[in-house]
Design a protein around this ligand. Structure first.
Ligand SMILES: [Zn+2]
Length: 361
């Protein structure tokens, strides 16, 4: 049996995710070709940097963020595209959409694909392919979320892991403490956030501190929608807080306004950023050029709200998986030795991996 992995995009920097997995069983002459994620560019006007491979059998989407599914706009509508029920709602409609469970096993072209909650976004999953001795793709993942659970995956010899923060190792708790210091500012705070990611998570956190002077943009994931999701999609501990905030209406007259889009270039966030005398912008994730500029002029602030793994989380997952080949994705890897010292000898910067297994399958 032969397994090959070709990272078409996503290696070496924060960019669109697109990974081609090819599998040929020992008794078969036909190859199965699966594309894991079909990301679009993160920068406006930039090419996504990969082309749809020929003869695809299926496309599997980890979650609904632009850099993981934005490339689906250009995809041929005949290829089956698998995503969870929550993620499917935000995908282009010309596609041949199929459903993945947030947690469970799906047979795709004879391959057992296990999915589990990735702790990063609403309905977002990791993907485990039972081929060779296991291929695991984390999508974007986080072990620190109090809203989205992370389910530990089955073991895998090949791991393709989100390493968007590189070897950064500060905890989400530190970010929370710095955010608290901004609540004392005179101005209202506008926080441009991904609508299906940390928006509701930050609202839940503020509520759990008995701070209720916040509002959530109408385009953000609501407590009602989260509560209606499958049980494995939301942390059990978050349910009482969600119950407490459900039904809240958007209100401009609050101290903290959580709204999209995350880059502040469209939606309500963009409107509010035009009123710097009233609103102080606080960014918590990816920083577009205009945000970097505002921060350098002290007109905005940046506090990282962890939605990707820290070094210690990568290490924990690598140990759990027992992998012998691990490719960190979505970050530069200039000094491979530094990565191997931090995470172990399985770490590689190769973008093409091929393994032949002398076992029946
Ligand atoms: Zn993401």
């Amino acid at each position: 049996m032969k397994v090959s992995i070709d990272i078409l995009s996503g290696a070496g920097r924060k960019t669109a995710a697109a990974i081609l997995v090819t599998y040929q069983a020992s008794h078969e002459s036909r190859e199965i070709r699966l594309l894991l994620d079909a990301g679009g560019s993160l920068e406006v006007g930039e090419d996504k940097g990969w082309n749809q491979p020929k003869n695809l059998d299926a496309i599997l989407i980890s979650h609904d963020h632009q850099d993981h599914m934005g490339g689906l706009l250009d995809v041929d509508g005949n290829v089956p595209v698998y995503a969870t029920q929550e993620v499917r709602k935000l995908l282009p409609t010309h596609l041949n959409l199929q459903t993945l469970p947030v947690g469970g096993m799906t047979l795709i072209e004879g391959i057992e694909v296990t999915t589990g909650s990735a702790g990063h976004s609403f309905g977002g999953v990791w993907l485990h392919l039972n081929i060779g001795e296991g291929v695991y793709y984390s999508g974007d993942f986080c072990l620190e979320s109090t809203l989205y659970p992370f389910t530990m995956p089955p073991k895998a010899r090949i791991a393709l892991l989100d390493a968007s923060y590189g070897l950064y190792d500060n905890s989400l708790e530190e970010g929370k403490q710095s955010l608290l210091s901004f609540l004392k500012e005179e101005k209202s705070l506008v926080m441009p956030v991904p609508q299906t990611g940390r928006a509701l998570e930050i609202a839940c956190w503020l509520t759990s501190l008995d701070f209720h002077d916040w509002t959530l943009g109408e385009d953000c994931l609501s407590a009602e929608t989260a509560l209606a999701s499958p049980i494995e999609g939301i942390c059990a501990d978050a349910r009482p807080v969600l119950e407490c905030i459900k039904g809240r209406q958007f209100d401009f007259n609050t101290k903290v306004i959580l709204c999209g889009d995350p880059d502040g270039v469209s939606g309500l966030a963009a409107d509010l950023l035009l009123q710097p005398e009233t609103y102080l912008p606080i960014y918590t994730g990816h920083l577009p050029e205009h945000a970097r500029q505002a921060i350098s002029e002290d007109k905005a602030h940046f506090v990282r709200w962890n939605v990707h793994p820290r070094k210690q989380d990568l290490k924990r997952l690598i140990n759990h998986l027992g992998c012998d080949t691990c490719v960190p994705l979505f970050h530069g890897m200039k000094d491979l030795q530094e990565w191997q010292t931090a995470l172990g000898p399985s770490v590689t910067s190769q973008t093409y991996i091929e393994k032949t297994y002398d076992i029946n399958s």
